[in-house]
Structures are given as C-alpha cells and as structure tokens.
Design a protein around this ligand. Structure first.
Ligand SMILES: Cc1cc2nc3c(=O)[nH]c(=O)nc-3n(C[C@H](O)[C@H](O)[C@H](O)COP(=O)(O)OP(=O)(O)OC[C@H]3O[C@@H](n4cnc5c(N)ncnc54)[C@H](O)[C@@H]3O)c2cc1C
Length: 409
C-alpha cells in the first residue's frame, strides 16, 4: 500500500507562531524592522562590542532585544524554559555553548568541561538530542591555521596530509595538538556514553582541513553503530560536494556512519576578502545559484545513501528543506527517518521549523547560550545576516505581518 504523507506548507503562520503571544510577535516585528536598516546594523555591530568592552550599561538593551530573540539564556539552566516551550510543539534543540574567540589553555580546558556539562544536561532532557561545538573553542586558532597551511602544501588524501602535517610540528606544538585531540576526544566519549550527537561546526576555510581530519577520526571511533559525531560541510565552497563524496567513501571503507550537517556557509564576505587580499582563488562559489545547486545535490546524495549517512539539513532555505522532505516521500521513507534531521537557528524561520514538526519531521532549533558579552560575535553575525530587506529580514517580516493580520483582521 502507498504510504500517505501530510501536506507540508511553509506558508502556515498559525503553526509557525503559535508559541508567540501578540506582544512577543510585535516585539519580533520591531526587531526585524530595525535589522532591515543597514545603517543601523552597521553602527550597532560596531558599537555593541565596543560598549560592552568599555563597561557601558548596554547589556539590558541587548538582553531585551536581539539576545532574547536569538539566544536561549545566559546559562545552561536558563535554556530550560525555551527548550520545554519548543518541546510542546515537537521541536527539538541543538544546544550551543555560544562563547567564541577565547584563547588560552585555561579557557580551552574550561570550555571542554562546559561541553561535557552540556552533554550530561542534554541527556536528562526529553528533546535535546544534539549539542554543537567549535574546535576553536578547544584550540589555538594560529595552530589550526599553521596545520592547515602545512596540509595544503602536502599531497595525497586528507588523512595522509594531516598525519604528515602533525609530524612536521615542533615538540611543543605536537604536545599542544595532543591536548586539543584529548579535549575533543573527551567530549565525543561523553556524548557517546549518553547517546547525544556532537555537531562540529565549520568555520573559516583556512583552519578547516585539520578540523575535518579530526572530525573524521572521531567519526571513525564513535560512529560505528550510530551517528554520534557530525561534520559540517559548507556548500558555498566549490570543493564540498566532492568532499562529501570522499567522506562517504571513507565511511564505507572504514565502516562508520557519516554524520553530515549540510549548511551553505556563514563567512562568505570574509572568505572572499581574504582571498583577494592574499591573492589566491576564492574558495567560494561565484554566485548563489551554484551554492544552491551544490547544497541541494548534497542533500540528494545523503538521502540516496541514507543507510550510511546521517543527515542534518541546517538551513533556512524553504526549497532545500522541502526538497529533503520530498526526496524521503519519493523513496517511500518515513519523514521521521532516524538518519534525517532538520534544523534552523532559534529566532529565525519559525515557519519552516514548526511546520516541519507539525508534519512529523525530526526538527530542531539551534539554541545558543552564554553570557551576553561572550555571545556578541554570534549576535553580530545574526544581525548582519538579517540586514537585507530582500533576504531573510524580508521573509521574517512578511510572515510576522501575515500572522499579526490573521490574528487581528
Ligand atoms: C542549524 C544551523 C547550523 C549552522 N551551522 C553553521 C556552521 O557550522 N558553519 C557555518 O559556516 N554556517 C552555519 N550555519 C549558517 C549557514 O551556513 C548559513 O549562513 C545560513 O543558514 C544561511 O543559509 P541558508 O541555507 O539558511 O539560506 P539562504 O538564505 O538560501 O542562503 C544564504 C546563503 O547562501 C550563500 N550565498 C549567498 N549569496 C551568495 C553568493 N553571491 N555566492 C555564493 N553563495 C552565496 C551564503 O552561504 C549565504 O549565507 C548554520 C545554520 C543553521 C540553520
């Protein structure tokens, strides 16, 4: 008998904003309207970090506006209210300890302990199946950059280039790298013990090769029976579709499940700027169409190989999210297939998240938490990404207006 599937529509604003009161919806409307003004965002993204560092009393304003829209709380415990509210609508959570850019061995050790605390906490909650980490939370950026540079000058497979690069480090650097590996290993071990997924974020291309190598090594150790560790592949890079296929080949050969979180990529301007400044070819696709084509091809590749790949569609793009659902339907697979998960950032694209959840898909909000001063880089990225009235802000505003009108005709 043919399987029947529910209709999925991202236009349903009633489901999308069911969790928001009129007052909360109006506040979101105000916030996205403000973010639609590029001059304001330009000033705000410069002024906010400076004001916080200078000790000016701006935390209250930030807490009540952009922070409450995009962040789950200042502490792990404060995320509980948001997580339980999302749970009521069958929406899950990817917890993200959002502290960025802290260097120093003490900070790296502390971050490692915090990640393990997040895992232990997630294991006690009904709807927190994943947490996310950034390797730069455990590792000196310049050491990652050095390894990446050496890897680029070596030939052969990613693993061969990685082993050779580590071999070429000084004694002190080798010890430092050992400590980094140990931290990542401890987090993955804790996650495996509690069956919580660890999604390793992708960052700048000039540190990504060692991050990829480390992540694949972790998958080889922890993903034998189920997907615990997930790598992130940025499809604005023109080499990522091939990398996805290579990672799959490695998974087949080494008999592990490939955890693949697919994103388009968050650092496009920075990447292009650096390529021009340093005079190398840009690693980024020349236009959005190419990024979209590769992203959707990546989704298809993962679903075509769903026995061996566990996919996270991490996107606000309506077509790509729906495309993943359609591919499952075409294959007669359940929408809550254990190897397919969707995720959107907290505070954005509720129309996608809540409608997917309503259709029975396994879907989450990526929920950062951390002290205001430490999550500022994350908040500034959200503000910048939401500046274009033609882009995300336009979409968000349109949906909020539609729902306000539906509620108050
Ligand atoms: C749950 C989740 C986790 C994430 N984790 C990460 C992560 O670990 N690392 C990371 O880098 N990002 C991450 N992101 C952000 C993501 O990479 C995108 O920046 C963001 O989601 C916007 O892309 P989109 O697929 O949602 O939608 P869209 O709005 O359809 O696409 C916008 C994206 O398309 C690409 N693009 C836009 N214009 C062009 C152009 N002219 N040429 C080429 N490409 C273009 C850019 O990547 C841009 O961000 C995450 C996003 C989500 C939802």
């Amino acid at each position: 008998m043919e399987k029947s599937y529910p209709e999925i529509s991202f236009d349903n604003t009633e489901f999308a904003f069911e969790y928001k009161s009129d007052k909360q919806l109006k506040k979101a409307h105000f916030l996205f309207s403000m973010m639609g003004k590029p001059w304001l965002v330009k000033i705000g993204t410069r002024l906010a970090p400076w004001s916080i560092n200078a000790g000016l009393p701006v935390k209250g304003i930030i807490r009540n506006t952009i922070f409450s829209q995009f962040v789950g709380g200042e502490t792990l415990e404060q995320t509980a209210a948001v997580a339980s509210m999302l749970g009521k609508y069958n929406v899950q959570v990817i917890l993200d300890y959002g502290v960025e850019g802290k260097e120093g061995e003490n900070n790296f050790d502390q971050a490692c302990e915090e990640f393990i605390r997040v895992i232990n906490y997630a294991a006690t909650q009904p709807n927190i199946p994943f947490m996310s980490v950034k390797v730069t939370g455990f590792a000196r950026f310049s050491l990652l950059e050095k390894l990446d540079t050496i890897m680029h000058s070596n030939e052969g497979s990613l693993m061969k280039r990685y082993l050779k690069a580590v071999d070429g480090l000084s004694k002190e650097e080798k010890e430092e790298w050992q400590r980094i590996r140990h931290r990542v290993m401890r987090v993955c071990e804790a996650a495996a013990a509690k069956k919580i997924g660890v999604s390793i974020d992708a960052e700048e291309t000039w540190i990504q090769d060692p991050v990829d190598a480390l992540t694949i090594l972790m998958m080889d150790s922890f993903n034998k029976e189920s997907a615990i560790v997930f790598n992130t592949l940025q499809h604005y890079r023109h080499d990522r579709l091939k990398f996805l296929k290579d990672s799959y080949e490695a998974a087949v050969e080494r008999k592990f499940i490939l955890g693949a979180k697919l994103v388009r990529g968050a650092y496009m301007e920075k990447e292009r700027r650096r390529a021009v400044e340093k005079g190398y070819p840009s690693p980024i696709h020349p236009d959005k169409e190419n990024t979209d084509r590769d992203f959707n091809a990546g989704v298809k590749f993962c679903i075509d190989n769903i026995e061996r790949v566990s996919l996270v569609v991490a996107s606000h793009n309506e077509y790509s999210n729906l495309y993943a659902a359609r591919l499952l339907m075409e294959k007669g697979l359940p929408l809550n297939h254990p190897h397919v998960h969707w995720s959107q950032l907290f505070g954005m694209s509720d129309n996608i998240t809540f409608n997917l959840a309503h259709a029975g898909c396994s879907v989450s909000k990526y929920l950062p938490f951390g002290p205001i001063k430490d999550v500022v880089p994350y908040l500034m990225r959200r503000a910048q990404e939401n500046t274009s009235v033609k882009g995300q802000t336009g979409r968000e505003l349109g949906l909020i207006k539609k729902e306000l009108k539906r509620r108050n005709p």
